[in-house]
Design a binder for this molecule. Structure first.
Ligand SMILES: [Zn+2]
Length: 129
């Protein structure tokens, strides 16, 4: 076996990327003020990353933030002025409550039973919301 073959062999016995997102990172929001409203610009991206429909996500997130808002072409428009720090904190709270599994900490959860339960698809843990 020559040196290059040895290198290749070493490489192929390395653990492969498993592709699971165990170390899930809560996305950072992008927001800007529009008059006396706040626009979350990366709302669509957020809905995709968190694997929640825009309707459900907006409903739950608005509840967490404690305001009203509408889904616009440019993003989620909130009634009121909110700082990015505040919004990111709320998103973190939201993720802990509605996205991350309490038991295994994975984000592979889904809402079941008409939005009353959160079920983890990785470990099967279910909790009422
Ligand atoms: Zn779990």
């Amino acid at each position: 076996m020559n040196y290059e073959e040895m290198l290749n062999r070493g490489r192929s016995s390395m653990p492969k990327e498993t592709g699971d997102n165990h170390r899930f990172e809560i996305p950072k929001l992008k927001a800007r003020l529009v008059g006396n409203k706040t626009l979350i610009q990366n709302f669509k991206e957020l809905s995709f990353t968190l694997n929640r429909s825009e309707n459900l996500l907006s409903k739950q997130l608005l509840k967490e933030i404690g305001t009203y808002g509408t889904i616009e072409k440019q993003g989620l428009l909130l009634n009121g002025k909110f700082s990015l720090v505040f919004l990111n904190q709320k998103l973190k709270d939201y993720c802990k409550k509605y996205i991350l599994c309490e038991k295994c900490n994975r984000p592979d959860t889904k809402i079941i039973k008409n939005g009353t339960f959160l079920k983890c698809e990785a470990c099967g843990f279910t909790k009422p919301l």
